[in-house]
Design a protein around this ligand. Structure first.
Ligand SMILES: Cc1cc2nc3c(=O)[nH]c(=O)nc-3n(C[C@H](O)[C@H](O)[C@H](O)COP(=O)(O)OP(=O)(O)OC[C@H]3O[C@@H](n4cnc5c(N)ncnc54)[C@H](O)[C@@H]3O)c2cc1C
Length: 441
């Protein structure tokens, strides 16, 4: 009886592993995990987004004999931020010189292009314009250009009205722009799954459908307990949990701050017959008060043109629609003093964003500043994504990438907002360097 139950259990584990290997959009090849995976590992990585998978790949390349497992709560990899974004390969124009974002974005972009060439992952180096449409924006544009130069963004140039029209013939609203010819587009989910491929080809294990609940250091090992009652033990743990990075870190005994506040970004799409209006990325001059880049025109790898994303507070950490509400998430936000400190002085901005989200003609006015020829009838509602925005208790939005090594044997990625997809190969190397230091690998 006991033997039968054990055999059935082993069979379930085998089936799960088979799904793990085949269930990733067809990208992950049918590799080695056709046997029962061990429950004991050297390193356990929580989160199968682009940061977790990039880190797993980099660790596996550096330490091929170290046993590593990635635990992902969904049945597929890269379904949250990595699978719901603008798909832009950023070049690092905006970020404070010397910050991690500035350094890792430039390096990440260069390495992304090399990686995609090596793996034959399609991308388009379609370029980008950051367009000033009034005199006040023109003055801010120059300051932004100086930042881009300090960040050594290749090929960056200031262009006038005539040059804007040569690059984007329908962008007649622009007075002056920054042109970044090397900005590109790619499918980040595909890139992330390719990192997963590399990792598994190197002997790594990925288990999907494993939502991590608690992580306990019991001295001789760390116990990673999953919601389905399964347990993995490891010597070290790295958490890369995106929208849940604060909760997962806190469940592992880490600090509860910074707190993740979810901001939904909704996209519109141009009707296919109007796609000719846009060639490359067209961005506004960003509002310096917020870390979001503003509603932009972005071509996609499938030929469609997305317009967005806006930034509205989401009713749930994975709230991809306006009706998606999670009681726990709402209660946490309502009692988080940091959010109130941000919301009160920025109430009119927040309400304006909400109004634009609900009433398309209001958003249309913003888009027409660049391309007046875009009309209401040319727009359809599209996809959306939710940003994991880390916030401090004083209401400050944490701008830079943040890592936390305060728990022995554990490393937490606390803030990996845009451009973390672009920066993923460079972030992975940084996490590995920190792991080498704190785990004594
Ligand atoms: C609207 C939007 C537009 C963006 N545009 C761009 C862009 O154009 N270019 C760019 O470079 N970046 C962009 N970004 C940012 C980029 O997408 C993210 O920074 C990046 O994907 C973060 O990757 P991640 O692995 O940290 O997070 P995620 O992709 O969210 O992965 C985290 C993973 O952890 C898993 N997880 C969470 N909790 C648990 C648990 N308890 N147990 C197990 N697994 C768990 C989740 O299911 C998820 O798969 C954009 C983001 C958004 C939202």
């Amino acid at each position: 009886m006991l033997a039968q139950r054990l055999a059935r259990r082993l069979d379930i584990v085998r089936q799960r592993c088979w799904q793990d290997v085949t269930g990733n959009n067809g990208s992950i090849r049918q590799l080695q995990i056709t046997h029962n995976p061990s429950q004991n590992y050297d390193i356990c990585i929580v989160g199968g987004g682009i940061v977790g998978l990039g880190t797993a790949r980099a660790l596996n390349i550096k330490y091929p004999d170290v046993k590593i497992v990635v635990l992902e709560k969904e049945d597929e990899l890269a379904t949250h931020q990595t699978g719901h974004n603008s798909g832009v390969i950023h070049m690092g124009i905006y970020y404070t010189p010397g910050s991690l974002k500035a350094r890792l974005c430039g390096e990440g972009a260069r390495r992304t292009y090399e990686y995609c060439d090596e793996k034959a992952i399609p991308y388009k180096r379609c370029g980008k314009l950051i367009v000033a449409t009034n005199e006040e924006e023109v003055s801010r544009l120059d300051a932004l250009y100086q930042i881009g130069l300090k960040n050594e963004v290749p090929g960056l140039a200031l262009v006038d009205r005539q040059q804007i029209l040569e690059i984007e013939p329908y962008c007649t609203g622009g007075l002056m722009a920054i042109h970044s010819p090397n900005t590109g587009i790619v499918d980040w989910k595909r890139v992330a799954c390719s990192y997963g491929d590399d990792f598994m080809a190197g002997g790594g294990t990925i288990l999907t459908g494993r939502e991590v609940d608690t992580i306990k250091d019991v001295g001789k090992e760390i116990r990673v307990n999953c919601k389905d009652k399964s347990r993995i033990t490891a010597k070290n743990v790295i958490t890369c949990a995106g929208l849940y990075s604060d909760r997962v870190a806190a469940n592992a005994g880490g600090k509860s701050s910074p707190t993740i506040v979810p901001f939904r970004g909704e996209y519109l799409e141009l009707r296919p017959e109007k796609r000719y209006l846009v060639r490359g990325n067209i961005y506004p001059v960003p509002n310096p008060k917020f870390p979001f880049l503003g509603v932009h025109y972005t071509p996609r790898m499938d030929g469609s043109i997305w317009l967005g994303p806006n930034a509205v507070l989401a009713g749930s950490r994975e709230g991809y629609s306006r009706s998606s509400i999670n009681k726990r998430d709402i209660a946490e936000m309502a009692t988080f003093s940091g959010l109130w400190k941000l919301a009160v002085p920025n109430l009119s901005y927040g309400l304006n964003e909400m109004a634009k989200s609900a009433i398309l003609p209001l958003q249309l006015a913003d888009l027409q500043k660049f391309i007046p020829e875009v009309k209401y009838a040319d727009l359809v509602r599209g996809s959306s994504g939710v940003r994991a925005q880390a916030m401090s208790v004083d209401g400050t939005l944490v701008d830079d990438f943040e890592f936390d090594t305060s728990c022995p044997g554990m490393l937490h990625v606390r803030n990996a907002p845009s451009p973390a997809a672009t920066s993923s190969l460079a972030i992975a190397d940084l996490v590995v360097a920190r792991a080498v230091e704190s785990f004594k690998l």
